[in-house]
Every structure is written in structure tokens, then in C-alpha cells.
Design a protein around this ligand. Structure first.
Ligand SMILES: [Zn+2]
Length: 399
């Protein structure tokens, strides 16, 4: 590779072919990391080998022999800021619907690469990985460093990111690019998630004598309606619209003539940056207490958090956002910072540091988790070009 002073699209296209980057994306799709069970170690090892070819040391963090995160860093000529490239190794299942092709084929047709994970998010993963390799080979980084982090178990609640955080493997960072599918648009905000499990325990009895029992189902329904009517979960945001709460499961009752003594439910709340998930949990718990004080013979309510990930919102004025916006607009693309509905590992990493997080990656967001998933090759190549440009600009100055 010849070292050039700036990164242009034609050079990136040449490198994609010179370094067999599309072939590596195909290989990564063929690598079965459907979660569950995940088996992300398979792909982590391939990435480890590839990095080694280019003189980049990477470290695999194993939770057990099959679940792996991989982390690698390249340093610029001088010390400076740290930019993190974030991706996940796992994919969702292929689903019940029949596909028109083998979901693990990685085949190319009509300028698209097909397969589970092509959009979410092996194209983003491989794009970030090669952007880092090319930045090293091209000596594009003046100051600071790029750290690449690929995680396991993102699709089932960012398990790998949580593992890294809990074990102190996340170093502070100034900015982060999460390569989830955004059609290469600039995303600066996504909702948080709060999954709650609620259990209601009453007292059984014959349904001909309701006063003798405590009805667990009726109590739970009353409580859920009280949450809805209160202002506890309500909030709105210019980029993300409204916070939402959906009752996703309810189970209880044994027989038509028996007062049910047990009922359970799950709630899926999608939260905004103006909401603190822990405060929400506390408020919902105190509402339960309030109700049980108010009514005697009310079932006992237990609330537990099943998944708790905060929202992400980065200032539109932050350096990484401004740089990305400029780069996109120079390419005659929409550089307007936007919000997105799904959550990312960024939620977890934002607990380690308050660095600025953006989400930008190849693939149409609506294609994620769908049958017959594919990614446009042009969009994939464009992402490498964008990542390299953002990194070299962001790491051009000392601080
Ligand atoms: Zn994803």
C-alpha cells in the first residue's frame, strides 16, 4: 500500500479488492454466531488471526469457552484522544419463515451480500475492523488511538459489553462509533430499555365467595392501569419522540371457578435521556407500596428489573458529531443528526465513560432481524471510507 496524505473513495475501493475485504465479510457471515447459543469465539478467532497478519495485537476476553469479546488497539504517532470502534459478533436466529437462500451462504448477487448478519451487523463489524487496519497501514492517525471492541451476546441484552464493563476492561474514551446499521446516516441518540417482571401474589378461594380470596390477576391489572394513568413513565424528546411502555406478557389463573392467587407480567419500557431507569424502577415500586397501603386485601406485588440499559444522547455540538456531519455533507449526503429506535452496546459503554457516542453503519435498519437479509456492497465500502475519514480527522490534533 502506498501511503497517501488523504483518504479518497477510489483508494478505498482499491484497498477493498487488494485486501480481499469483501471475501472476509462473506467468511464472517458463514461463521455461525447465531445467538443463542452465540459461539462468538469462532468469529473472534478469525478476527484475531486477521489482525495478526497486519501486525495488530488483539486480546480475546472469554466468558466461557464459546462466548468471546475481542479488543484491539492501534496507536497514532503521538499521544492523544481515544476513539472506539464498537461492534457485536452475534446475530439473531434465522427465524421461522423460510429464506429464499441459505442464511449462512454469504453469497453475492446483484451488488448485494446475502446472509444472516449481513446488515446486523457483520458488515459494520468488518467495516470498522478494516477501517482500523487501513488506518494503520496508511499511517492515517496523527494523535491518539483507535480501539476496536467486538462483543458477544449483544442481541440478548449486551452481555459481552456488560462482561467487559464489570471486569474493568473498558478504558475511558473520548468518542465512539457504534457500527450498527443506519444506512450510513449519523445517529446521535437512541432509547434506553427497561424490562420489568412483576409478580402478584394473592390468596386463593372459591370464586363464588370473592371476599374470601385476594385476586392476584385483578390486583395486577389495577396496578398496571395505575402506572399507565400516572406520569411516571411519560416523557418526550425531539429526536426520539415519546417514551413507551408495553405489556408484553401476562400469565395467571388455574380454573374458571377459583380465585387466582398468582399472576405474573412483563413490561417493556423504552426510555429517553431525560429519564433515569433506576428512578423509574423506584417510582414504580413506591406506587405498588402506596396501593397496597391504600387497599387492604390487595395482592403482594414484587417488581424486578430484567434488563436495564440507559438511552444514549450525544450533543449535536460535540466534535465527533460535527466532524461526521461535515464529512457526510461533503459527500452530498444527509448529515443531519438523527435518533433511532433500537438500543446498542453504547448504552453499556456510556456507563464506563461520558465520551461522545455516535451510531453509523452500513445496512438499512429495517433489514435487521428480517428473513432474506442482505447488505449493499456499495454501502459497505462507503462505510469503510467514512470510518477512515472520521478517524483520521478526529485524531488529527493532539486534544
Ligand atoms: Zn445489532
Amino acid at each position: 500500500m502506498s501511503i497517501i496524505s488523504y483518504i479518497d473513495k477510489v483508494s478505498v475501493e482499491e484497498w477493498v479488492s487488494e485486501y480481499n475485504i469483501i471475501e472476509f465479510l462473506q467468511e464472517s457471515i458463514r461463521c455461525n454466531t447465531i445467538n443463542p447459543p452465540g459461539n462468538e469465539i469462532l468469529l473472534a478467532e478469525q478476527i484475531h488471526k486477521k489482525f495478526k497478519t497486519y501486525g495488530i495485537d488483539s486480546k480475546i476476553y472469554l466468558q466461557d469457552k464459546n462466548r468471546a469479546n475481542i479488543v484491539a488497539t492501534i496507536k497514532g504517532k503521538n499521544p492523544g484522544k481515544r476513539l472506539v470502534f464498537s461492534a457485536h459478533l452475534d446475530t439473531v436466529d434465522v427465524g421461522e419463515v423460510n429464506w429464499n437462500f441459505d442464511p449462512l451462504s454469504g453469497d453475492i448477487k446483484n451488488g448485494r451480500i446475502y446472509g444472516r448478519g449481513s446488515t446486523d451487523m457483520k458488515s459494520g463489524l468488518v467495516g470498522l475492523m478494516y477501517a482500523m487496519i487501513l488506518c494503520k497501514l496508511n499511517e492515517s492517525i496523527q494523535y491518539g488511538e483507535i480501539t476496536f471492541i467486538a462483543t458477544f451476546g449483544e442481541e440478548t441484552g449486551s452481555l459481552g459489553a456488560k462482561y467487559l464493563l464489570e471486569n474493568g476492561h473498558i478504558e475511558s474514551f473520548d468518542a465512539m462509533i457504534v457500527g450498527e446499521p443506519t444506512s450510513n446516516k449519523l445517529i446521535i441518540a437512541h432509547k434506553g430499555v427497561l424490562w420489568l417482571g412483576i409478580e402478584s401474589t394473592g390468596k386463593t378461594g372459591h370464586s363464588s365467595m370473592p371476599s374470601e380470596g385476594i385476586n392476584a390477576i385483578e390486583g395486577l391489572i389495577y396496578f398496571l392501569n395505575q402506572i399507565k394513568e400516572s406520569n411516571i413513565t411519560k416523557a418526550t424528546d425531539d429526536l426520539l419522540t415519546d417514551a413507551t411502555m408495553v405489556l408484553t406478557n401476562i400469565e395467571g389463573g388455574k380454573s374458571i371457578n377459583v380465585i387466582p392467587d398468582y399472576c405474573s407480567a412483563t413490561l417493556d419500557l423504552r426510555t429517553l435521556s431525560s429519564q433515569d431507569n433506576q428512578v423509574l424502577i423506584d417510582k414504580i415500586k413506591s406506587l405498588a407500596l402506596e396501593i397496597s397501603y391504600k387497599y387492604k386485601n390487595f395482592p403482594e406485588l414484587k417488581i424486578k428489573s430484567i434488563n436495564n440499559m440507559s438511552s444514549v444522547k450525544t450533543s449535536p455540538n460535540s466534535e465527533i458529531v460535527q466532524i461526521t456531519k461535515q464529512i457526510l455533507e461533503k459527500e452530498f449526503k444527509d448529515g443531519t443528526p438523527q435518533g433511532i429506535n433500537y438500543f446498542t452496546d453504547g448504552s453499556i459503554f456510556s456507563q464506563a465513560d461520558d465520551g461522545d457516542i455516535i451510531i453509523l453503519g452500513p445496512g438499512i435498519p429495517e433489514m435487521a432481524h428480517q428473513p432474506n437479509e442482505y447488505v449493499e456492497i456499495d454501502m459497505f465500502i462507503e462505510s469503510i471510507y467514512l470510518y477512515m475519514q472520521i478517524a483520521s480527522k478526529y485524531l488529527k490534533q493532539s486534544i
